[in-house]
Structure formats: structure tokens, C-alpha cells
Design a protein around this ligand. Sequence first.
Ligand code: COA
Length: 304
Amino acid sequence: MDEKSRHTYSSANEPEIALHRKAPHHLPTNPYIAFKAVHFIKTAMNYQNILTQQKQGIFSITINRPEKLNALNKATLAELHQALHQALTDAQTGAILITGAGDKAFVAGADIKELAALQATEAKAFAKKNQDEVFNLIADAQKPVLAAVNGYALGGGLELAMACHFRFASDNAKMGLPELTLGIIPGYGGTQRLPALVGKAKALEIILSARQVDAVEALAIGLINRIVPAADLIAEAEAFLQQVLKQPASAISAAIKAVNATYSVNNGYDIEIEQFARCFASEDFKEGTQAFLEKRKPNFSKYN
Ligand code: COA
């Protein structure tokens, strides 16, 4: 097979594309690069909550709400869906990298203020839509997707990272599924993907205790692929993806499909959505979310 037919995309003579509202620490701030993008991008998206960049076959998505620790509100999830679709259909893109803006958080979860306003029926539709449009779209993507976990990855943030094919974490990363502290359970695939990665016993321990796991433990239990010093995280993630992109695109896609097949044999995701929605009818959900928003400890009902 010649070099040209090995890839559906080519990085040769490819423009560096910068579409961001404001540059985070790892993206180029060179005005010349931004100027070039105006010429090369015909369908530039005007995102408000994410930053996107395409460089040498890698499409980077940076979730950009650092003042809310990059929490996933509806608008951000809609933009993530759009950007993923853009990356997956872009012939110049071979791999996708997802990270968070700032040095504190990858994503600190679903936006609790929005969750607090949901009724049980809305919660069911909400979880289903987001699982389909973002989390499963990533997991089933035929291009490799890597999460560069640059700080807190909690709740929906860890679920986002777990939906990706690879997780590289900075040495200051903290991961966990603290949904039970809000009176709910993970609703974006966390109850399915965490046991697939770390085994049932560890997954139940992490979900039921709601504790945070640091990068060293996460590596030891198989939750992440690699720990990288924070300053090198994006460069190391990009270098790894370039190594993957030396393989033929058709075989990368076939390998992802085959590996994923093991994890799609039950209806656990549907059961998670049912149980997630049920929680929204409970008093504990109201108390848990209100307590977070009022910055106080929740007063939950016990044993009934
Ligand atoms: N949804 C909405 N807002 C969030 C958020 C979330 N998941 N996580 C953090 N924020 C907001 C905070 O409300 C705060 O906003 P404010 O400045 O307007 O009050 C801001 O982000 C900074 O967070 P803060 O809690 O002050 O930072 P911290 O360093 O003291 O604590 C965390 C960091 C991650 C431990 C804490 O923010 C947290 O527990 N977040 C929620 C995690 C969670 O339960 N996620 C699962 C949701 S399903």
C-alpha cells in the first residue's frame, strides 16, 4: 500500500487552523496563524463554550468555561456534538483530542445548576440525548479520541474522559463520580464504562464512596493510560496520536469497532438512564443539588 492510500487524511501542506474565541495556554497565540485560518476555513463555527483547532491531522477540542471548571451545560454539550461531527466528517482529521481550559479542571461534571431544575421525565430524555450525541458518539467514533485530563475530571467530566479511547492525565488530575453526593447516579455511561475499565469491585467502591482518585491510583487501576507532567500533557498526547496515525485509517477503525464490540452486549446504558431519571423524583436529589448551590453540606434521608 502506498503512503497516499494509507490515510484518508493528509497533513502535508495542511494549514494550521485556529478557531478559538480566546487562546488557552497550549494553543498558538500567533496572530499570523489566526489570520491564516480566515483564509483556509470556509465553514468556521462560532463556538461560545469550546475552542477548536486542527493541526497536522489532530482536531483539538478545548472545553472553555474555566470560571465554572468547564462544567458541561446544555450549550456546551450542543457545541461538543457539533465539533465532534465536524471532526468526524473532516477528511483532514485523523484523530481527536479533548481537554479543558485552564490548569484546574478537565471538566468538573454536568452543570449542577441546570441539573437541579430537571424533572424526572426531562432527566431521562436529557441523559439519552447526551449519551447518544456526545458520549456514545465519542466511544463509537471510527477515529481515535484521546482525553487529556488536565485537572478535575468529576461526574460527567470523568464520563467524558472514559468515553474516549485513551486518557492521559496530568500529575495533578483528580477523578471521580461524585453523583451520589447530589442524590443521583452517573447518567452519561459512567456506571457501564467505569467497571469496564477498572472492574466491578473498584467501580462500585468509587461510585458508592464518591471519593476522588488521584493520577497515581488511576494509573494503577487502569483508569488512565499515562501520567504526564502538566506542562507536557498536550505535547505528549499529540505525539502519541501522531504515532497512532502512522497506522492505516481503515485498520484503526476496524480495531476500534472490534474492541468496542465486547462492551455493547447488554442494555446497561438504558438501565442507567432509567435509574438516573428515577433519582430526579427524590427529595435527596433536591437536597443534594441545593446544598451544592448553597455551598453547604447536604442533609440526606437515611436508610429508606
Ligand atoms: N456544575 C456547575 N458549577 C460548577 C460545577 C458543576 N459541576 N463544578 C464547579 N462549579 C462552579 C462552582 O459553583 C463555582 O462557581 P462560583 O464561583 O460561581 O461559585 C466555580 O465552578 C468554582 O468551583 P468551586 O467549587 O468554588 O472550586 P473548588 O476548588 O472549591 O472545588 C470541586 C472544586 C471540583 C471539588 C468542586 O467545584 C465540586 O465539587 N464541583 C462539583 C463536582 C460534581 O459533583 N460533579 C458532578 C456533577 S453531576
